[in-house]
Ligand binder design. Sequence first.
Ligand code: CMP
Length: 153
Amino acid sequence: MSCVIVKPDGVGKSVVGKIIDRLEGEGFRLLAARMIRPTVEQFSDFYAEHRGKPFYDGLLKFMTSGPLVVTAWDGENVIPRVRALIGSTNPKEAMLGTFRAQWGTDNRRNLVHASDSAVSGRRETAFFFTADELASYDPSRWSRPEFAPPVLV
Ligand code: CMP
């Protein structure tokens, strides 16, 4: 399970749909999604591992400066594959075609967050969603021929 957050710059640049579209297109399953505007107090534990680092206060200030779209995803090798799609922390060093290379600005305004391990994925998802808010469905059910869109003539 991976927790993916579209940061205030991603929401402001109107690329939420593009990010979700790409993740769905890669075959990941969306488990939950919500738009929030947390306070510093509500959000400070999310990045607990970075507390005390020189960039921590700026990171918290940025993450609470505008709306976030928080999502949770499932799928084969979801952690490393989503991290690869997102690219390096610094957008200037991120591989061409990654979200951060395409739309990020710098280390702080880097568009999107994704969990870096299975343990973080579970912890971060639980930070925003209760267990019963995580959807359970089978996408392959809807790819059966009887659910194909009508052919317009
Ligand atoms: P994220 O993947 O959300 O996880 C932690 C965040 O800390 C990271 O993205 C960056 O936005 C931020 N970060 C890490 N290193 C730096 C840095 N040197 N300067 C500013 N922000 C940083």
